[in-house]
Design a protein around this ligand. Structure first.
Ligand code: ZN
Length: 163
């Protein structure tokens, strides 16, 4: 899937992507399990305000899976997304090698990571596979690199003559 295709979906950060794409047949058994874990993770979401429950399942290089869910707050701006919850939880557990992430929301459309999450994902896993999953368990597969072209990274920090 090209980045152009994503743009044709007219996605804004965090906005649903409309798609009838389904690559389920191309997913292996471990990816299907990862999807089920993302579905489970969404049940743990703390979303009393939006009711928009998101689950993320992050597969690590060692085969372990770390779950994430969105965690809202009465002060809305403090809300943390499922994707970042999973990444931060993994980092806190000393895990830094990420392989893929499944993201589930119980709606008909696909939901792609918001801009903030894309930047955080890029920090740790520039080429990580992202599997977006909708209510019907249809999937749309992309990668962090496709989601965040021309990303800001440590190379920009190292490209100046700051002292
Ligand atoms: Zn996000």
């Amino acid at each position: 899937m090209s980045n152009n295709k994503l743009q044709k979906s007219k996605s804004l950060d965090g906005a649903p992507l409309k798609s009838d794409e389904n690559v389920d047949g191309k997913l292996d058994a471990s990816e299907k399990k990862l999807i089920e874990m993302a579905v489970f993770a969404s049940s743990r979401a703390y979303a009393p305000y939006s009711k928009f429950k998101v689950g993320a399942a992050l597969e690590l290089a060692d085969g372990e899976t770390i779950l994430g869910c969105n965690v809202e707050n009465a002060s809305y701006g403090l809300t943390n997304c499922a994707e970042r919850t999973a990444i931060f939880s993994a980092i806190a557990q000393g895990k830094t090698h990420f392989v893929k992430m499944a993201i589930f929301v119980d709606i008909d459309d696909f939901v792609s990571p918001c801009g903030a999450c894309r930047q955080v994902l890029f920090e740790f896993a520039k080429d990580m596979k992202i599997i977006m999953v909708n209510r019907k368990k249809n999937t749309k597969v992309t990668s962090v690199g496709e989601l965040l072209p021309m990303a800001f990274s440590e190379s920009e920090l190292n490209s100046t003559d700051r002292v």
